[in-house]
Design a protein around this ligand. Structure first.
Ligand code: TYM
Length: 326
């Protein structure tokens, strides 16, 4: 039997290339080898302020993006978290064996509570427990995510260990799978992670046109030591070289490294080539996205939820039995 894989993204607006290179691109490859569940985690998204009227469209948009990127409903289960009530049921149970100290140590909670000072709610604090429930409900062994989620997967392992010790062997120990692009940095401030929170100029959206990509890159920060076109640069210290390594072939990489280190090309030339290569990767996704019908997306989500629920309810029966619950 194939090993099981679980991953998810919050429906909080446009996807960026951090989400793509950090997670989704890897999902597409892994869905061949694993039995995959790919979730739209709407219960996670409501831990920050949002507009209820916009949520249904955001969910559909994200599901459409999953399909356009190449997730195949024939191979994988694609569904919305809130359509399978067992996620919150297991989250409650797991919260009773999760240490408060562990939750207080979560980097993302610390960051998010600083960014949302007006709404630091208990859900934001318990967020990693719900994530653990997502993963353990399907007994997933692998979790392909970006670097910022690694700590949450480690906590999930700890929670699984604790549950198994108290109530008998129930859950496998999941591990995160990271890619070369597991931590893309902001275009406007390369000391920070690429994220929607720093505004649209700081990231490249999957839906950006070639012109928009080039415009965003043309003002993006490069190797801080390179001040003029005639100064040689250090590609390893340049945020944009990291992106080149994800999208450019050997010929283009050699051209950029030689041109930059010997001051034969300026940053703008390098950025232009980068914009072209990023767009080459995004163009087929954008084309597939345009062709998708809402009806088709909704059908995929309904079927996905049904299949997910079958596995989830089986796990919950086992969990409750092991815990002496009804
Ligand atoms: P979310 O929605 O913040 O991000 C979705 C995925 O994109 C990755 N990512 C990045 N990768 C590289 N560079 C970046 N700058 C970057 N920014 C985001 C994230 O690491 C993630 O893989 N808690 C999760 C969603 C979730 C989940 C789960 C994931 C809920 N339950 C169970 C896996 C398993 C989150 O908020 O991701």
């Amino acid at each position: 039997m194939k090993k099981r894989l679980f991953s998810g993204i919050q429906p909080t607006g446009l996807l960026h290339i951090g989400n793509y290179f950090g997670a989704i691109k890897n999902w597409i490859k892994l869905q061949e080898e694993y039995s995959g569940l790919f979730c739209i985690v709407d219960y996670h998204a409501i831990t920050i302020s949002y507009e209820p009227k916009k949520m249904p469209q955001r969910i559909l948009d994200l599901a459409g993006d999953y399909l356009a990127c190449g997730l195949d409903p024939k191979k994988s289960i694609i569904f919305v978290q809130s359509a399978v009530a067992e996620h919150t049921e297991l989250a409650w149970i797991l919260s009773t064996i999760t240490s408060l100290g562990d939750l207080k140590r979560m980097t993302q909670f610390k960051e998010k509570s600083k960014q949302n000072t007006e709404n630091v709610n208990a859900g934001l604090f318990n967020y990693p427990v719900l994530m653990a429930a997502d993963i353990l409900l399907y007994k997933a062994q692998v979790v392909p995510v970006g670097d910022d989620q690694r700590q949450h997967v480690e906590l999930t392992r700890e929670i699984a260990r604790c549950f198994n010790k108290k109530f008998g062997e129930t859950f496998p120990s999941p591990k995160s799978l990271l890619t070369k692009g597991s931590r893309l940095m902001s275009l406007t401030d390369p000391t920070k992670k690429m994220s929607k929170s720093y505004g649209p100029e700081s990231y490249i959206a999957l839906s950006d046109s070639k012109e928009t990509i080039y415009r965003k890159l043309s003002t993006a920060m490069t190797d801080p030591a390179r001040k003029r076109k005639t100064d040689p640069g250090t590609p390893e210290k340049c945020n944009l070289y990291t992106l080149h390594q994800l999208v450019s072939d050997k010929k283009d990489l050699d051209y950029v490294v030689e041109g930059c280190t010997q001051a034969k090309i300026g940053c703008l030339e390098c950025k232009k080539l980068l914009a072209e290569n990023i767009f080459k990767e995004l163009k087929p996704i954008q084309e597939r996205r345009k062709k998708l019908k809402e009806k088709e997306i909704k059908k995929t989500l309904l079927e996905g939820a049904k299949r997910a629920k079958e596995i989830a309810s089986q796990t919950m029966r086992e969990v409750k039995k092991n815990m002496g619950l009804s």
